[in-house]
Ligand binder design. Sequence first.
Ligand code: ADE
Length: 222
Amino acid sequence: MIIDILTLFPEAFSALDTSIIARAKGSGKVQINLINIRDFSTDKHKKCDDTPFGGGAGMLMTAQPIYDAIMSVKRENSKIIFPSPSGKTFSVSKAKELSTYEHIIVICGHYEGIDQRILDLFQPEEISIGDYVLTGGELPAMVIIDSTLRFVEGVIKKESLDEESFSTGMLEYPQYTRPQNFKGLEVPFVLTNGNHAEIKKWQKQKALEKTIVNRPDLLDKK
Ligand code: ADE
C-alpha cells in the first residue's frame, strides 16, 4: 500500500516513524510519502491560506496549492480521504475497508478548513475521528492511518485482530502478565491453571461486564 499525505506540517508525522508502523514501513508493506502542500503554492510568498468570503473567524486553506499537490500524486485508482469533523465517524469497519486500497491520498486541512472547491472537484471521503474539533487534520490522519495499517496483511498477527475490542462486538477482557503478584494484587487464578475452556469462559464474562459498564450501546447493535 502507498499512502501520500498532503500537509502543511510534514514534521507532525514523526509519530509514524516509531514501533509497529515504522516496522511496516521498513518491511515495505507500506510506503508513506509526506508531501508539503506549501511546495506547490504559486504565490511568491508561498502563501497557502486566506480569509473566507462572506466573513467568519480564522483563515482557510486556498484551493490552488492543494489542487496541484493532489494532481502531483493522483492515479486512476487513488482513494482520497479528508479528515474533517464534518465527516462520517471513523470505525473499525472503515479501517478494514481502507486497508484494501493500493493507494490512499490523505488531505490534511488546517486552520478553519479548506476551500470547498477541493471537495467538489475530488469528492474525497470526509472522515471524522469523533465529535470534537482538533486544530488540524494531521492527528486524525495519523489515527486513521495507524488503525488502517493494522489490517494490512503482515503488519500485526491475525489473532491479535480477532481478539481485540470491537472485532468481537464487545470490549476486550482484562489481561495480565508476570509477575503473578504485583503490589499484593494476584492474577486471577483461572488464568494460571491451564484450563482453556475455563479461561475462555472467564474472558467472555469479563468482556461482557466491561462492555455493559463502558459501552452498553455496542450490545444493542448485536
Ligand atoms: N479535523 C479537526 N477535527 C477533526 C476530527 N474530529 N476528525 C477528523 N478531522 C478533524
